[in-house]
Ligand binder design. Sequence first.
Ligand SMILES: Nc1nc2c(ncn2[C@@H]2O[C@H](COP(=O)(O)OP(=O)(O)OP(=O)(O)O)[C@@H](O)[C@H]2O)c(=O)[nH]1
Length: 299
Amino acid sequence: MTQTCGFAAIVGRPNVGKSTLMNRILGQKVSITSRRPQTTRHQVMGIKTEGQAQCIYVDTPGMHIMSRDRNKAINRFMNQAAGRALRDVDCVVFIIDRTRWSDEDQAVLERLENVTAPVILAVNKVDRLQDKGELLPWLESVGARRDFAAIVPISAKHGTNVEALEGEVMSRLPESVHYFPDDQITDRSLRFMAAELVREKITRQLGDELPYQMTVEIEEFREAGNVTHISALILVERQGQKVILIGDRGERIKSIGRDARLDIERVLDGKVMLNLWVKIKRGWSDDSRALKSLGYDLD
Ligand SMILES: Nc1nc2c(ncn2[C@@H]2O[C@H](COP(=O)(O)OP(=O)(O)OP(=O)(O)O)[C@@H](O)[C@H]2O)c(=O)[nH]1
């Protein structure tokens, strides 16, 4: 039988559920999620193989079109990364949040104007719709905004209708041999996943107390016997942020470390010793050179 293989970009404004959808499709966490917008910073590929079809999903960082501090280097990087993901894809999944249509959604739609690949609209979070009756008329009216290849209401969180969405994507992949082995689910290294999981726990535990100018670098990732030793450096911008992260008598950082270790152990399927360090690196989020040194690739 002929094989099919191709790329599908998942796009949408921050916080609509792109990472949640990716994790749901893959049945495993490859992209971190949180209630705060702008959690996803790096482009992560999620690979799903089903029989003869292989789809490589690209989860893009939220498009920061309305961002107030749009000139910051990190915002420029994130917009560029989102733009790059749209070139050369075979299909685009555009996610919106229920029946809302904001200026940011409109801006994402405008970005898709020159995209020739089919665009599937996923109307997410339908589990949270107060009035289910408003869905059908909305689905009909939203179709006027663009000639969508399909419009699929879903709940990424609960998995509702996600298979139908996948079916729409899979049916649009070109004939090709598979680019990845059939059992591989992400292009990212375990080292990268470990850093992302630490960042997820920080974002979840500290919420709005810590601005998103915080990054995690893995300094050591070493297997010894059946234990993986990981040292992670958390970079923040100011002393005040360091104090918040460490918490009263180190309670906060301990709790972050415990949560992150449990998740990393699940991903690695083995025991982990995790050490966290906090360091101040002033102004990194506004410095293109510093971003490069941390692995953010600015054009
Ligand atoms: N009720 C409900 N919540 C959802 C659903 N999908 C996502 N969420 C929640 O919405 C929030 C944002 O989800 P993410 O997957 O991090 O969103 P994102 O689009 O990747 O966000 P960025 O990283 O900012 O681009 C999280 O709290 C999710 O749990 C859904 O179908 N139903």
